[in-house]
Design a protein around this ligand. Structure first.
Ligand code: GLC
Length: 747
């Protein structure tokens, strides 16, 4: 019998309840339980249940968008779209094994699943979601490793006219198989918990990503200056070394905003301490760095050194804040500080305590926090993490074993850090994390962990980034130049070129490897990296706008081509090109000694960014690309703001150049705010809409100030690709708050 409930329907058969619950017109949850209670969701879920117009017709639930057909005998469901196309169909359900099989119907591609090695399209592959310190159990990131730093149990099925997403809300170890072991079967399984998943409907892949973001949240708008170039190293060992790097950046005219301190800044690797011998006058150093335009990020690992007399350990012990072993004693593992204990971030009281511990660092002028080893990593066990039977306690005082909390651990730590910084700083917090679960985008940017300085890792980072983007993660990047092993000039140059288009743009390398700052490989590499880091700064306002969009809707910054060309199947397996926003296509060189590459230009008219040559798409082309050239294409109709050159963000009140790539009508909404505070939450920002319409005779450019609560810089407008004889009409529309002196168009 199918019965109506407040937010959906419930079906009971053979001692099993299937609860169907709506969260939005496009999001419906299916939960199989042995009692009629709706289980608690993981902290990934932020959406609320909703009353959605739906009617029961026999054994079908019909909404305005789709129809769910229920087999009351075996509780299997099939989902049809409004035109009666079959979208998704159960093949088998095994409640005891927490396993569901779906028929692989029409899907030509499967995507998502966060950070995974391998090609972008996961069809024919399988994977496991269990947050892991990859180098703890593998010498190198590779396709045979399934368990990466993140666990994001979400995938998208795709074809040209159909798509959907499935988010499996289960924090235990989960297994996904896209037709690898059983032909035409998609299998999802968990090691514990219950069978609880959300079906996300949409017509386009972008709808799925946006709806997944409604379910699990979007990233908060980051500080604009954290989109600048970031330089890291394990480790800048002392104050002198760090200041030398800072000075050299300015001397070599390498724009740079962010510097990092890795674990060696601490006293004996004790978190929340600073080694005052190596970093004497730490606060003064930070003030000096700020004067030079730098912001400092320091690393904080979750492992707390087990040492009496060390405040963090003593406080945590006194208050019973650390994870216990199966026998109820505080679990002691080993990380950098030696014997270490692990805060139980599951409880809000402990998260608050941890957040407040950052006060000293923030008072000393630290600007951001880097959360590493938070899978959590542990050197003493075979699994390189905490034993699965370790005990956590939640806010209700209920015991939870580590196998359930493991995949959430980093997210809970990131939440603690973000919330702490939000209280301690006036500025927007910056938290960088290695490990993540669905929803962690709400608290932290993410880097893809310990890659190696090899060409394969430059290439394989692209599908990883694109799938992270489809999994709700926009503020992402990898270690530019490669982390493990020694980099080289050509590799660093090519990696920096890709880094320009990753929202997190950080060069980082392992201890005892050769240095890989931009000046370490001779004049040509220095020239080359400087040129591309400068390009990043020219694109800062454009990138900031993409981040703003992402913070509102979850749209990724780095997008696979099929994100905007879903009806072109040739795009489904493109791993080594991506879109930066909708209209800029980036085609990195990822092989040594290559001076050209094959490029697929999707349909439409494109411009070569460097030569401004116009090229018709819908075909493959070969582009020459010496070491100084990263092929970039701009779609006709693009309105591209570009910044003036700068050493760091906020250095000067620059002018914007608005480049209009003709050949198509275009529209762009430019968002501007102070880039650092939360004033935008109170409406203190500006928005200017720029519209370009082309006819046979002329091009009309219309600018409309939609909101003017923050300063609007002066613009220069460049018309690109204008052919002889065309007139340009500039039409300025004013609104009441518009202040003429602030808004100039020179033409
Ligand atoms: C881990 C991190 C790496 C860091 C190192 C030392 O390997 O992934 O980025 O440099 O630990 O803290």
């Amino acid at each position: 019998m199918i019965t109506k409930t407040t937010y959906g329907y419930s079906i009971y058969n053979k001692n099993i309840f299937l609860n169907i619950v709506f969260y939005d017109d496009y999001i419906v949850r299916f939960v199989y339980t042995k009692d009629d209670k709706l289980p608690e969701s993981t902290p990934a879920i932020i959406a609320k249940q909703q009353k959605i117009p739906a009617e029961l017709d026999g054994n079908a639930i019909k909404t305005d968008l789709f129809k769910i057909l229920i087999n009351e005998e075996d509780l299997k469901i099939s989902i049809y779209d409004i035109n009666n196309n079959l979208i998704n169909k159960d093949k088998g359900i095994n409640i005891d094994e927490i396993e569901i099989e779906k028929e692989l119907l029409w899907e030509k591609g499967f995507y998502g699943l966060g950070e995974k090695y391998g090609w972008i399209n996961k069809k024919g592959t399988d994977t496991v979601n269990w947050c892991s310190d990859v180098l703890g159990h593998s010498p190198v990131h590779s396709a045979v490793v399934k368990e990466y730093h993140t666990a994001i149990p979400f995938y998208i099925g795709l074809d040209s006219d159909k798509t959907y997403g499935i988010y499996y809300d289960n924090s235990f170890k989960t297994y996904f198989d896209f037709g690898k072991y059983k032909e035409n079967v998609v299998r999802v399984k968990a090691d514990g918990g219950i069978l609880d998943y959300y079906f996300i409907y949409g017509e386009k892949v972008s709808d799925i990503v946006k709806n997944y973001s409604l379910l699990t949240g979007t990233m908060p708008l980051p500080r604009k200056d954290f989109l600048g170039y970031q330089q890291c190293r394990w480790s800048y060992e002392n104050r002198k070394e760090l200041m030398e790097v800072a000075t050299r950046m300015r001397d070599e005219n390498i724009p740079c905003d962010i510097l990092y301190l890795d674990i060696d800044y601490m006293k004996d690797y004790k978190v929340f301490t600073v080694d005052s011998e190596k970093f004497d006058e730490f606060k003064e150093m930070n003030m000096k760095l700020k004067e030079m335009g730098f912001k400092l990020v320091v690393i904080i690992d979750p492992g707390v050194k087990q040492e009496g007399g060390y405040t963090v350990y003593d406080e945590g012990t006194k208050n019973d804040y650390f994870v216990k072993d199966a026998l109820g004693k505080v679990y002691v593992g080993e990380v950098w500080p030696g014997d270490s204990v692990f805060p139980d971030f599951l409880r809000s009281e402990i998260r608050e305590w941890w957040g407040n511990l950052h006060k000293g660092l923030i008072d000393d002028g630290v600007d951001g926090i880097w959360n590493d080893m938070n899978e959590p990593a542990n050197f003493t066990t075979d699994t390189k993490t905490l034993p699965e039977d370790c005990i956590h306690l939640n806010d209700k005082g209920e015991k939870k074993t580590h196998d359930e909390i493991h995949n959430l651990y980093a997210m809970l730590e990131a939440q603690a850090t973000y919330d702490g910084l939000r209280k301690l700083q006036k500025t927007r917090p910056f938290v960088l994390t290695r490990s993540a679960f669905s929803g962690t985008q709400r608290y932290a940017a993410l880097w893809t962990g310990d890659n190696t300085s090899i060409w394969e890792h430059l290439e394989s980072s692209m599908p990883m980034f694109m799938n992270l983007g489809l999994s709700g993660y926009s503020f992402i990047g990898g270690d530019v130049g490669g982390f493990l092993g020694d980099s080289n000039g050509e590799l660093l140059a090519r990696w920096t070129q890709l880094g320009v288009f990753t929202p997190l743009f950080r060069n980082h390398s392992v201890k005892d490897s050769i240095d890989q700052e931009p000046w370490c490989f001779g004049e040509e590499v220095l020239y080359n990296t400087r040129k591309y880091i400068n390009l990043r700064y020219k694109l800062i306002t454009y990138l900031y706008n993409l981040m703003r969009e992402s913070s509102l809707t979850g749209q990724p910054v780095m997008r696979p081509l099929f994100y905007h060309y879903q009806n072109d199947e040739k795009t489904y397996d493109i791993n080594n090109q991506f879109l930066f926003g909708e209209n800029i296509m980036v085609c990195p060189i990822t092989r040594p000694g290559y001076n050209n590459r094959l490029i697929y230009l999707p349909e439409g008219l494109w411009y070569d960014y460097w030569t401004q040559e116009r090229i018709d798409g819908g075909r493959y082309i070969i582009r020459e690309a010496d070491i100084n050239t990263l092929p970039i294409y701009i779609k006709a109709g693009t309105i591209l703001p570009m910044d003036e050159a700068m050493d760091y963000i906020g250095q000067k009140e620059g002018k914007l150049e608005i480049n209009i790539y003709t050949g198509n009508d275009g529209q762009y909404k430019l968002y501007l705010d102070d880039g650092i505070s939360f004033n935008y939450e109170n409406g203190i920002y500006s928005e200017v809409e720029i519209k370009v319409e082309e006819s046979d005779e002329d091009i009309k450019i219309q600018t409309t100030v939609l909101k003017n609560e923050y300063q609007i810089p002066s613009f220069d407008i460049n018309i690109i690709g204008l052919e002889d004889g065309k007139k340009v009409l500039l039409d300025r529309k004013e609104i009441s708050k518009y202040d003429d002196s602030e808004f100039k168009i020179r033409f």
